[in-house]
Design a binder for this molecule. Sequence first.
Ligand code: FES
Length: 126
Amino acid sequence: MTSHVVTLEWTDGSTQTIAVDENESVLDAAQRAGARLPYDCRKGTCITCVGRLLALEGEENESAEGGTERPPHAADAFTYRRAPAALTDEEQADGYVLLCIAHPQSDCRIKVGPRVRAEVGDSPWA
Ligand code: FES
C-alpha cells in the first residue's frame, strides 16, 4: 500500500511528520500517530478540521504565509472521499483542505490547528 509523508505544522512552529496511507484521511493518520487536531463532523461539512497546504514534496512555498505568490492548490495534493462541501472553490485554490476526508496523493506539508480555522469563513452546512 502506498503511503505519503505528511508534515503537520502548527502555528507555533511545532511540527510532526506522519505517514498517511493512500486510502486513509490525514485526520485518521494523525490520530493514529497521536497528533491532536481539531475535528467535529468527520464528514466534510463543519470545516473544523481545515488545514492549509504549504508545500508539495520538493517544493518550498513560504508565501502561503502571506506573500504574493499563491500557495499550491489543494487539488494538487489531495483527493477527497466525498465532496468538500464546507470549502469554497476559492478556499481550495488557496490551499485549504478538509483533513477529515482528504487523502494525500504526494508528500506534503500542511499548516494545522484551530488558528487555520479562523482564516476561513463559516461552513454553509454547519
Ligand atoms: S471534521 Fe467537520 S469538516 Fe472535517
